[in-house]
Design a protein around this ligand. Structure first.
Ligand SMILES: Cc1cc2nc3c(=O)[nH]c(=O)nc-3n(C[C@H](O)[C@H](O)[C@H](O)COP(=O)(O)OP(=O)(O)OC[C@H]3O[C@@H](n4cnc5c(N)ncnc54)[C@H](O)[C@@H]3O)c2cc1C
Length: 391
């Protein structure tokens, strides 16, 4: 295989670009993986349906649920890359994560009910995993689900729930056996977010937007038919979606767009009456970022290539994710620094560069060092599982 010269993938890239240009709903120019505003949801449901019906997403699902028999192993990562390059939204909510869990562990009735509704955009999903005291140590979660006849009754709290304010369904992890070893007593559920006892409270973040939520459960009744996988077997169900979340975190397509913006910014910003871009130190810094961004893209492609040949390593996805998130942070920090005093201006200020995109990207950049496993935890993972160092 020649990296970047695969006809099938090149054709796919063109198709994503065409569809995005034709149908993707307009987006506010904020960075990152953000929850949309309520008024954007109807258009995003339609866009999600287009992405699935054009077989850009869900291609690894069984053919009877709309998957492709001979999907290219890099199909979905190429689609994700091109959507980022086009500045287009991805599918709304966590339907791909929940769908992967249902495909791998759900009953036929669950697949028949949920998968078509994820594809059509009718169901927006959120992921109800993290809790105030269970993030990196997810298996330490305390939200309880007690059996009561043919139902489970859930009490507890989740936090950092992206899209919780828009979600129709939640992919919930709760503790069903408090006496079992901690990974063994957890069950995965599909939770109708309109069930009485579910309260969603948006959290306002440092960026000024509310992408996350706290979700509270007070005597929430879930029918046993909505258990995904085995009762007390939720950890195995979860590993499917966690692997998907980590592998999609680090391709770094957004960094090329940020580089273009950085060059434009350095041309706009004045130093001693001249564009900052004419200064050696600025040109050297930009050159350094170009090198970093290319290294990141190559490392990510190297991981893809190894996965294609069955020689992938447990460190591949974590290495890409750490590299991407740290270059991303440094690049945006530099963009703000380059603006000097104007760096403190924000979106809405008539004199701010690029409508405050840099300030927002600088603040949001920290999220990528946390989501999908914090960089510290991933470094531990590389040390222990890839290098075999002692715990
Ligand atoms: C953009 C974004 C979207 C998210 N969306 C969702 C969502 O939809 N649903 C959901 O359930 N969650 C979501 N999360 C939450 C995310 O999964 C958690 O933030 C993450 O697992 C870290 O957990 P924590 O925030 O509790 O931090 P903690 O685990 O409390 O960590 C705090 C600090 O301690 C460090 N640390 C912890 N353990 C170790 C260790 N063993 N060794 C060294 N250092 C350690 C961490 O690196 C970190 O710096 C999202 C987070 C982000 C940033």
């Amino acid at each position: 295989m020649h990296l970047g010269q695969d006809r099938e993938l090149d054709a796919l890239r063109m198709r994503v670009r065409d569809l995005a240009a034709q149908y993707a709903p307009p987006r506010h120019s904020r960075t990152g993986v953000r929850a949309p505003e309520a008024h954007e949801i109807p258009a995003l449901r339609k866009w999600t349906a287009i992405l699935f019906s054009e077989q850009l997403l869900g291609v690894n699902w069984p053919v009877e649920y709309g998957g492709l028999a001979d999907a290219h192993p890099l199909h979905e990562s190429v689609v994700a890359d091109e959507l980022i390059r086009a500045g287009a939204a991805g599918p709304v909510g966590g339907g791909l994560l929940a769908g992967a869990a249902i495909v791998a562990s759900g009953t036929t009735a669950q697949k028949d009910h949920f998968l078509p509704r994820i594809r059509s955009g009718e169901h927006i999903w959120c992921q109800l995993f993290s809790e105030p005291d269970a993030g990196s140590d997810l298996a330490g979660l305390r939200t309880r689900a007690r059996r009561d006849g043919d139902h489970f009754v859930v009490d507890g709290q989740k936090v950092w729930t992206t899209n919780g304010q828009h979600a129709d369904w939640g992919y919930l992890l709760a503790r069903t056996d408090p006496d079992a070893p901690k990974h063994a007593g957890i069950t995965a559920f599909a939770l109708d977010m309109k069930t009485p006892g579910v309260t969603v409270r948006p959290l306002r973040e440092i960026t000024g937007t509310a992408d996350f939520n706290e979700v509270f459960f007070d005597g929430v009744r879930i029918p046993e038919t909505q258990v995904i996988g085995e009762v007390n077997g939720g950890w195995a169900v979860t590993t499917t979606s966690l692997a998907l979340e980590r592998s999609s975190a680090g391709s770094g397509a957004s960094l090329f767009g940020a580089l273009n913006r950085l060059v434009r910014l350095a041309n706009d910003v004045r130093r001693d009456g001249r564009p900052a871009l004419e200064r050696d130190d600025v040109r050297q810094a930009i050159g350094g970022f170009v090198a970093d961004v290319h290294v990141n893209a190559l490392v990510s492609a190297f991981g893809d290539s190894r996965a294609l040949h069955g020689t992938g390593d447990v460190a591949d996805a974590p290495v890409s994710k750490i590299l991407f998130s740290e270059i991303n942070l440094a690049l945006h920090e530099y963009g703000v620094q380059l603006q000097g005093h104007d760096g403190v201006r924000i979106e809405g200020d008539a004199q701010v560069h690029d409508d405050g995109w840099w300030q927002d990207a600088f603040l949001y950049g920290r999220a990528f060092t946390i989501a999908g496993g914090t960089n510290e935890v991933l470094r531990n993972l590389i040390a222990e599982r890839a290098l075999g160092l002692p715990r």
